[in-house]
Design a protein around this ligand. Structure first.
Ligand code: GDP
Ligand code: MG
Length: 441
């Protein structure tokens, strides 16, 4: 796949803004990569659409191809979706005993994950944990949980033959309260496929147990089925978080994107093996890199962006420090300002400049003025732009007339240029300039 992508990206070497054709070509390959990573088709399709809208018209960084740029945009967007809005709140385990309901298909890793989580809460937070198996269909499953509980050193609810899942849930709740436990895990039974009986049972258990968290355990290798599983469980019992298991295997973990896109709920943990400590907190960046499988391209674009920004900032700061801020520089600045949404937009981005932006606006320094000033600079000769001090009165008149404006306006521009040049010189010496420029890029 990497080779095929390499080929496509080599062909896309045009610079400037990303064109629709660039985006289409690159996103076709991205879509294939997502499907190969087992992202569900509808999720992949939606995601690609979303990225296409985002990428339209974005600039291509120097020494990067448009295809590579698109991959970087895809990567960033993937992280954004996987991570959601910042850090999720910690699992709700205050007000003991807190019930955590574990749901998912049979074989997804519920029982293993339950024991792993119990160990984690016990070891890291000193919590007293009780485990209860509600898997009434398979006595072996109940014993499996009891054995794992013993292994990680937490208690399990004594097994009573002939009880229903709801009866076990009730008993677990009473036991948790009386025994002074902090957390009680309810490990539910799973079916190989979603069926009504399973869902009815889990709903009944939920209503009795009133879980603080309901964690959906999903095999990370789940492919096209992931959307159904997520929709069903979330719709019927209300999932609060997701655990992806078998992320230690060869799979690329596309189920992560499917889960997140369908439920919108945070992915909390990933299972990284059969051992009891093989459970890690979910890291969006790592999983995004794995799903996309284009880490080297992403790293390349990031490096190019950093280099480019450092170069530009360095070059400008050097010029300004030497007092080299001529009319060409000013023109560049004015044009940049227009591109970035005018004075307001620009100054809003610079720390502490918000007030200045308001003053500037009050003084009539608006986008029309920016345009008039650029017109004035355009009617100067190259030499005049390089050294505006040379301008004689007659030339000033000609320049103003050339731009269709009054001489006063040109004088104002010259004065403003002088002030800015002085300011730039001061800032350049202080070293704050580079930081300010880099922020604007
Ligand atoms: P349940 O039916 O949902 O309770 O699934 P189990 O917890 O019984 O797990 C089924 C199998 O998957 C067991 O053999 C586990 O050891 C294995 N398993 C669970 N989680 C992981 C994981 O993160 N990585 C690997 N490699 N195997 C896992
Ligand atoms: Mg089980």
């Amino acid at each position: 796949l990497s080779e095929r992508l390499g080929g496509v990206f080599d062909r896309l070497t045009k610079q400037g803004a990303l064109s629709d054709a660039d985006i289409d070509t690159a996103l076709r390959e991205v879509r294939v990569a997502l499907l190969e990573a087992d992202v569900s088709l509808p999720v992949a399709r939606d995601f690609v659409k979303r990225v296409a809208a985002k990428a339209a018209g974005q600039q291509v960084t120097k020494s990067v191809t448009p295809g590579q740029q698109v991959v970087k945009i895809v990567h960033d967007e993937l992280i954004k979706i996987l991570a959601g809005d910042g850090e999720p709140e910690p699992l709700k385990i205050d007000n003991p005993p807190a019930t955590i309901l574990m749901v998912g298909l049979q074989g997804s890793g519920k029982t293993t994950t339950t024991a792993k989580l119990a160990k984690r809460f016990k070891d890291r937070m000193g919590k007293r944990v009780l485990l209860a198996s509600l898997d009434t269909n398979r006595p072996a499953a109940m014993e499996q949980l009891a054995i794992l509980a013993g292994q990680v050193g937490v208690d399990s609810l004594p097994i009573v033959k002939g009880e229903t899942a709801v009866q076990i849930a009730k008993r677990a709740k009473i036991q948790a309260s009386m025994g002074g436990y902090d957390i009680v895990f309810l490990d539910t039974a799973g079916r190989l496929h979603i069926d009504q009986m399973l869902m009815d049972e889990i709903q009944a258990v939920r209503d009795i147990a009133e879980p603080r968290e309901t964690l959906l355990v999903v095999d990370g290798l789940t492919g096209q089925d992931a959307v159904n599983v997520a929709t069903e469980f979330d719709g019927k019992v209300g999932v609060t978080g997701v655990v992806l298991t078998r992320m230690d295997g060869d799979g690329r973990g596309g189920a992560a994107l499917s889960m997140r896109a369908v439920t919108g709920k945070p992915i909390r943990f990933v299972g990284m093996g059969e051992k009891m400590d093989a459970l890690e907190t979910f890291e969006a960046e790592r999983v995004a890199g794995r799903i996309l499988g284009m880490g080297d391209i992403v790293a390349l674009v990031e490096r190019a962006q950093e280099t480019f920004e450092a170069e530009v900032a360095e070059r400008m700061a050097k010029r300004f420090a030497k007092g080299l801020f001529n009319m060409n520089d000013l023109k560049g600045q004015l044009e940049q300002m227009m591109k970035m949404g005018g004075m307001q937009g620009l100054m809003g981005m610079m720390p502490g400049m918000g007030k200045m932006a308001k003053q500037a606006e009050a003084a009539g320094f608006d986008d029309m003025m920016l345009r008039r000033q650029v017109a004035l600079i355009n009617s100067m000769t190259k030499r005049e732009r390089a050294n505006p001090d040379l301008l004689a009165a007659s030339r000033k008149k000609r320049i103003a007339a050339g731009a269709g404006l009054e001489v006063q306006e040109l004088n104002r521009l010259l004065k403003q240029h002088k002030q800015m040049a002085d300011m730039m010189k001061k800032m350049g010496k202080g070293g704050g300039m580079k930081a300010a420029i880099k922020q604007m890029l």
